[in-house]
Design a protein around this ligand. Structure first.
Ligand code: FAD
Length: 494
């Protein structure tokens, strides 16, 4: 993790061990990514002196590699939703987000976000992030056009569609090609600097500094081999990302994510922020949760296929968000799963062109035999699926009729989603327990004075892998980064 033997993120320094203060500021922000930039902007708006410490040589973090897509809506609709005829009531966004948070959803956090997500979108625009304002229909992992509005989650899919009126809520920065997050972050980081925040690059936050009462008073950083003691009079905000690159932490806290060998990260998600929080008594939430995807489409036609496990049984509506599909795939018995397709819908997934084709046949019986499945297991499943699909129905998994079509045109094939053949992509969703203000909480649910966290260092809005939608992490990081920046600057008690 690049830390000295003397100091570690897991052990806070006592103020008594501080020889001198090398930097004195109001708000020290650790990490200049999505959450850190927005925390810095709001803290500056509130009049605080802000110093940002960033281990990389430039701002951006994982967010600068991202698709630059934020999940927003409500209030009757953002300006873009309304322009394209989508009404998105706050209560629908609220219900959707609550469901997306899973069993441990945080109602207070969801309420705050749902009430203010539409105005947060306008705020991002006001900071200089460009949105073209156009709508792109269809199903996308990440748009490569410069359009704005897309369907980016489970909104139209069962069971979500039964609980909240669907609306497209992915709002993407105006950028052609993959990786619009670069532009997104250029704009936000430029804004923080324009407003007067001071950025210290190639400067790693090493550990927190506390007083005799356990209040956080500063942070020790290292730049070019030298240690600097930073006094933060109003607070330290940890915005250092999650822990997907720290395999020891993943093994300990989120072992199911170990099968995903592709890390969705800018490279510095080593859990340092979370460990710093733990070192001063913070509690953590949902550390086992992670976003995962096995991007099985585009081409969109593959959504019309059906996933089966080694018992020949279906287990998911394939039109749901690809990350939700991935979680279901990953937990099938013995990690053995195939996507069944016929000749009309066959294609190779864009992101995994070298997918293993485990079986091909002129009949489903041949495919079943080639996969070595129990006689009748696959054939019966396909026959049942085909019978209902012909009527536009899916009584067991409720796949929408837009994606229902009997698999009748030979040759038939089984694309392998068996462990060993797949490339799982993941980042972590668990982190420090915080209030929606960003104040970090201890095991008794009390805030730790002087300590805030946002983005993937905290357990935020996206906290359940099965409920994640594209845009939720940037939406959460930017929105709750703002809350933390403002509260730290104003030193609010609650
Ligand atoms: C390819 C890709 C596509 C994605 N697409 C999307 C998308 O379209 N929409 C979406 O919502 N999410 C997307 N994500 C996820 C999203 O980018 C991240 O979850 C999000 O950036 C988290 O924000 P953050 O502020 O917590 O972390 P980051 O943006 O990663 O910022 C953390 C910063 O902290 C720095 N840091 C870490 N440790 C230290 C330390 N000890 N001292 C100082 N600095 C430190 C890091 O270098 C980094 O700059 C994508 C991610 C990737 C990689």
């Amino acid at each position: 993790m690049g830390e000295s033997k003397l100091f570690s993120a897991g052990r806070a320094l006592s103020i008594a061990e501080v020889p001198q203060w090398d930097v004195v500021t109001d708000v020290a922000v650790v990490g200049f990514g999505a959450a850190g930039s927005c925390a810095a902007i709001e803290a500056r708006y509130a009049g605080a002196q802000v110093d940002i410490f960033e281990v990389a040589s430039a701002a951006g973090g994982s967010a600068s590699l991202s698709g630059g897509e934020v999940y927003v809506g409500g209030g009757g609709g953002t300006s873009v939703q309304r322009e394209h005829g989508f009404v998105d009531e706050t209560e629908d966004l609220y219900r959707y987000l609550l469901m997306s948070g899973g069993p441990a959803a945080d109602q207070e956090r969801v309420r705050l976000y749902a009430d203010h997500a539409a105005s947060h979108f306008e705020w991002l625009g006001a900071q200089g992030v460009p949105f073209k304002g156009t709508y792109l229909p269809g199903k996308w992992i990440e748009p490569t056009t410069d359009d704005t509005l897309i369907w980016s989650g489970n909104e139209k899919a069962w069971p979500f569609s039964e609980h909240a009126k669907p609306a497209p809520r992915g709002h993407t920065v105006e950028f052609k090609g993959w990786g619009g997050g670069k532009l997104f972050m250029e704009k936000l980081s430029e804004r923080a600097i324009q407003l007067g925040a001071t950025a210290h690059y190639e400067t790693r936050a090493i550990c927190l500094i506390t007083d005799q009462h356990g209040a956080v008073k500063g942070v020790l950083v290292r730049k070019a081999g030298e240690y600097l003691y930073v006094q933060a009079n109003k607070g330290v905000i940890l915005c250092a990302g999650g822990f997907i690159t720290n395999r020891a932490m993943v093994e300990r806290y989120a072992p199911q994510a170990m099968v995903c060998e592709q890390f969705v990260t800018g490279g510095n998600d080593d859990g340092a922020g979370i460990r710093m929080g733990i070192s001063v008594g913070a509690t953590t939430l949902n550390m086992h949760e992670f976003f995962a995807t096995l991007p099985f489409f585009p081409p969109e036609s593959l959504i019309k296929g059906i996933f089966i496990n080694e018992r020949g049984q279906r287990f998911i509506n394939e039109d749901t968000y690809h990350g939700r599909v991935a979680h279901y795939v990953l937990r099938q018995p013995n990690g053995r799963v195939w996507l069944l397709v016929d000749n009309e819908i066959f294609g190779r997934p864009l992101i995994q062109q070298d997918i293993t084709i485990a079986a091909v046949g002129e009949t489903w019986e041949e495919v079943e035999a080639e996969l070595g499945l129990e006689k009748g297991a696959l054939v019966d499943t396909v026959a049942t699926f085909n019978r209902y699909a012909a009527e536009g129905q899916d009584p067991y998994f409720h796949k929408d009729k837009e994606w229902l079509r009997p698999l009748l045109t030979p040759p038939f094939a089984a694309l392998s989603y068996c462990q060993g053949d797949i490339e799982g992509h993941a980042f972590t969703l668990g982190g420090l327990a915080t209030k929606p203000t960003g104040q970090v909480l201890n095991a008794d649910g009390q805030s730790i004075p002087g300590l805030y966290a946002a983005g993937r260092t905290a357990c935020g809005l996206p906290r359940w892998g099965e409920g994640y939608s594209s845009g939720m992490s940037l939406g959460d990081s930017t929105f709750f980064g703002r809350q933390a920046g403002r509260h730290a600057a104003l030193e609010s008690e609650d």
